[in-house]
Design a protein around this ligand. Sequence first.
Ligand code: GLA
Length: 350
Amino acid sequence: MIAAFHRLFGAYPQAQGAAPGRVNLIGDHTDYAEGFCLPMPLAHLTQVAMARADGFCATSLTNNETRVFDPLGNPRGDWTDYIAGPIAELSKRGLDVPPVNVLVCSSVPQGAGISSSAALEVAVIRAALSLIGAEMADIEIARAAQAAENKYCGVQCGILDQMACAVCRPGEALLLDCRTDATSLIAVPPAFRFAVVHCGEERRLTDGAYNIRRAAVEAAASMLGLRSLRDASVESVTTLPDIEMRARARHVVSENARVLAAVEALHSSDVVRFGALMNESHRSLAVDYEVSTPGLDRLAASAVAAGAHGARLTGAGFGGCIVALIGSADAASWWARVAAENPSAWAVQL
Ligand code: GLA
């Protein structure tokens, strides 16, 4: 990274920042309803190096591209928005970042639902803070990164991804309460071995369909006279007049309960219970929330048939990855069986 920076920009970097991709173990499409999530960091990292320069210029070793950008200008609709947006957010918080050369190198696969964009936003903020000699708490970093994604990149996402990338630590799951932003790190017992597998389909239609789901959940809450579905009960949801809205709300309410049950299963080292909750979560995301695809359904089913305690789509859905709790099963032979039945799937992390 340092040698590449010198080769490209003729100077050494003055600051660096990094953040991992994440896998959400359970608790999807709950964050924007002030609910619960349980992500873990992946081994894949995004690294950012910076040095002061005459203008703003970024090179991505991952995309093999160099572009000039302007944090004060309009979003451009490309990967530089994930650099310009966070820099613009820092400046709104009184932390001005001078013109910089930026180098990005990432092993987090893009468009796979494992937070490559949040990892980049968080890594940019960390590098920029280090460059200007400022500090921010991890939670504030996550909030600034989310604001960048909402305002600059046009996705009305919740706080899950940015919190996970900023706060998670290796070997620990993060229980995230999206109402209060309270976080609690939970050591993951060795019996809880998770595999992350991509179904081979790029996520499609994500932003539009995502924003529509979010709007339905907010409409359901206001119809029930609530601030968010966090306060809804299974019974109150049955009173919603529209069948589709009822199903969307049922997912959110039941998924929040599953996250809390999964945390108990983690504390008591109960892989069987945790796996069963993952299977229920997948069903709820597929049937009630309608964010799965035939490829994700097939992959989750073969993951379980090959010996996983449970498997579910992870992240926004519409393609991307599943996470499977493979426990003490032999990862190589489990993967051989899954891959044989799903020729386009590829292992992100075993
Ligand atoms: C995307 C969003 C998150 C969250 C998940 C679904 O990853 O960025 O905020 O809503 O989808 O859980």
